[in-house]
Each structure stands twice: as C-alpha cells, then as structure tokens.
Design a protein around this ligand. Structure first.
Ligand SMILES: *Cc1c(COP(=O)(O)O)cnc(C)c1O
Length: 247
C-alpha cells in the first residue's frame, strides 16, 4: 500500500474500513478469475457516487486508480477537488447530451453511450477539449440494455443498435471504441444477462476486433460477470458501504 505522494493519506478509521473492504473485494475478484480459468485480470473501477471526495482520496492512497461516477455535477466537483491525484474518472450514468462538454474535461471513459446523439455530442466536446488542453482520446463503451422487453428503465441501447453506434464511434476522431457496458436487469438471472452480453460482444468484435472491453459486474454479481468474461468491474457498495439516501 502506498500513499503515492498525495501527501494526505488519511489512515483514520474510515480508511481502515475501506482498506479492509477493498481487500475482500480484491480477493473475490482473484478467486473468481481463478475459478473461471482466466489468466487476464479484470480491472476494478470503484464506484464512488454519493460518497465524499475525501473517500476517493482515501481510496487513492490505498492504490485505487479507477473510479466511477454517474452524475456529472458530482463527478466534475470531485475531479476538480482531487485534481492532483493519479486517478482515472469513468462516467457510468445516463448522460444528457448537454453535459458532454463538462464530462470531456475530466472523464477518461464514458461507459453509458446509448444513442447516436450522444456520440455526436461527445465527438464535438472531445475535439474542442483536445484543441484546448490536448487531452487524450476518450474511451467509449456502448451500454447495452439486457432487458428482454427492451424497456429503457436501466438505460442502454438495444443489441440491434450496437453496430451502428460502434461504427459512429470508430469514425469519430478523439473517440476510442473500447467495447460494451451493461447492468444486469433487476431481479433477472445474471447468468442469462451476462451470457447475452458475451454474445453481443462477440458479434461486435466481428467488425471491430479492437473493441474487447466488457464492463459488467457490480457488488452483487461480480463473480458471474467474471465467469462470462468481464474485463471491467464496477464495484460500489461492497467497498464504500450503502449509499446515503438521496434527498
Ligand atoms: C452504482 C452503479 C454501480 C455500482 O453498484 P454496486 O451495487 O454499488 O456495486 C455499477 N454500475 C453502475 C452503472 C452503477 O450505476
């Protein structure tokens, strides 16, 4: 464990708790990876939404480099406050096109791309930001809706829309097509959901072989996601605890 020069490592009780939970989750990931017979290691994104910037600082001191947020206002504020830290911010929530400019300033990836209009908005915003600050390309994940009824309540494009979105992202300078993201439908069998996602990923890679990322797996279902090939895991509550109620 290193404090990586943040100068403000907080070894208080909360830091201790985060360290222990992070350790448990890391062991679960290691075990599940082994059980799946995989030699590659999925990447852990710690989802810090609703938790204060101070917790993100503590996590950074514990070696966490990837954090996930789902609301622009909150993410932008935290990213600004923690500007000196060696962190990658991943945007994982539903994103309005008019927030693309803001997200382009701090996000390393947007994992919730679900419509053409958002690709266009991100493309323009990243181009502008690259001219202004020379930022790196934005890693783009297409969010897939795994609900059988195609209901939009958890967000995401239908599997049949993935190909066109992938083509548009690939054509856009400044946007890098990483792969897919999905959330298992509430109450559904995660095996079926992540199995379906693996098929959509396979189909995507027929035309876009570089789009290998599969961001799947949350606190409750990370083992299943790893079994079905997840390359990125988004873990919130099992590390940070339950989220404060939203007012
Ligand atoms: C909140 C959130 C997570 C983390 O979920 P936990 O159950 O707290 O681990 C992962 N992905 C998305 C898209 C989220 O909104």
């Amino acid at each position: 464990m290193s404090d990586s020069g943040t100068g403000e490592a907080q070894f208080d009780a909360r830091a201790q708790q985060l360290a222990e939970r992070l350790d448990v989750v890391s062991q679960r990931i290691e075990q599940a990876t082994k059980d799946a017979g995989r030699t590659d290691k999925p990447r852990l994104i710690v989802v810090t939404k609703f938790h204060p910037a101070q917790d993100v600082r503590r996590l950074a001191a514990l070696g966490v480099r990837d954090v996930g947020e789902n609301r622009d206002q909150e993410a932008a504020a935290k990213a600004a406050e923690l500007d000196g830290l060696d962190l990658k911010w991943h945007f994982i929530g539903q994103l309005q096109s008019n927030k693309a400019r803001s997200v382009a300033k701090y996000a390393a990836s947007v994992q919730s791309i679900d419509r053409m209009q958002l690709v266009t908005a991100l493309r323009k915003s990243i181009e502008r930001e690259q001219e202004a600050s020379g930022r790196e390309d934005l890693a783009c994940f297409i969010q897939v809706n795994l609900d059988d009824d195609g209901g939009a309540h958890r967000g995401g494009a239908r599997p049949s829309e993935v190909q066109a979105l992938a083509d548009a992202i690939e054509e856009a300078p400044g946007l890098l097509l990483a792969g897919l993201m999905a959330v298992a439908p509430l109450g559904a069998d995660p095996d079926a959901a992540f199995g379906k996602l693996a098929v959509v990923s396979e189909e995507l890679r027929e035309n876009h072989p570089e789009a290998t990322a599969v961001s799947a797996g949350m606190s409750q279902d990370l083992e299943v996601a790893i079994r079905f090939g997840a390359t990125h895991l988004r873990i919130g509550s099992d590390i940070l605890g339950s989220r404060p109620a939203v007012g």
